[in-house]
Structures are given as structure tokens and as C-alpha cells.
Write a protein of this length. Structure first.
Length: 103
């Protein structure tokens, strides 16, 4: 069941669907319901999303999930931090705080 939501990250149809999926995944992350490998897949998929094409709410949810992933799992060395920094360079100033927590 959990894997279904990881797959949905690749196949979301609209922002409402994406936000719903990311919120669900974030809840599982908060309760440490994924393995490290699953979280790495999630984070890698989240950083592939063109965050600038999304509205503020979706951007915030994605960044919140990235932060929770870093806080709850030992994945820092296994993620391409350059892509995270690239996201920081293009988002609004008030959302940069999420990324700064990761660095």
C-alpha cells in the first residue's frame, strides 16, 4: 500500500492529486513508516518535480516533506544535495527556510 503512493509521485495528474499524495507520504514519514531506501526514492522523486511550475501550497508541502525526510531518516549522504541547493536558489525567500534546515 505504501509503495502505491511512491508510484503516484511519478504519475500525479494535477496539483490537488500531488498535494494529497505528498501529504499522505509525509504522514508516513512522520511515523517512520518507510525504510531508508523508500525515503531515498521519495526524496529523489520530489527533487525531480519542477517546483516552479507549482503553486505555493504544493511547493510548501514538498519542501516540508523533504525536511521531514531528512529529520526522520539517515539519508543525508545518499541524496544529491546539489539539486536541493538548486531548488533553494529559485524559490521564494519565505520557503528557503525549509531548505536551510537541510543544509
Amino acid at each position: 500500500m505504501k509503495t502505491k503512493y511512491i508510484v503516484k509521485l511519478k504519475e500525479w495528474s494535477d496539483e490537488k492529486d500531488l498535494i494529497s499524495t505528498v501529504e499522505f507520504i509525509n504522514d508516513i514519514i512522520d511515523f517512520k513508516g518507510y525504510s531508508d531506501e523508500e525515503v531515498i526514492l521519495i526524496v529523489n522523486q520530489l527533487i525531480k518535480i519542477d517546483i516552479l511550475s507549482l503553486q505555493y501550497t504544493a511547493r510548501e508541502q514538498i519542501l516540508n516533506t523533504l525536511c521531514n525526510s531528512y529529520a526522520n531518516y539517515n539519508i543525508k549522504e545518499k541524496i544529491d544535495i546539489k539539486k536541493i541547493i538548486d531548488i533553494k536558489n529559485v524559490i521564494e525567500d519565505d520557503l528557503k527556510g525549509y531548505i536551510e534546515e537541510l543544509l
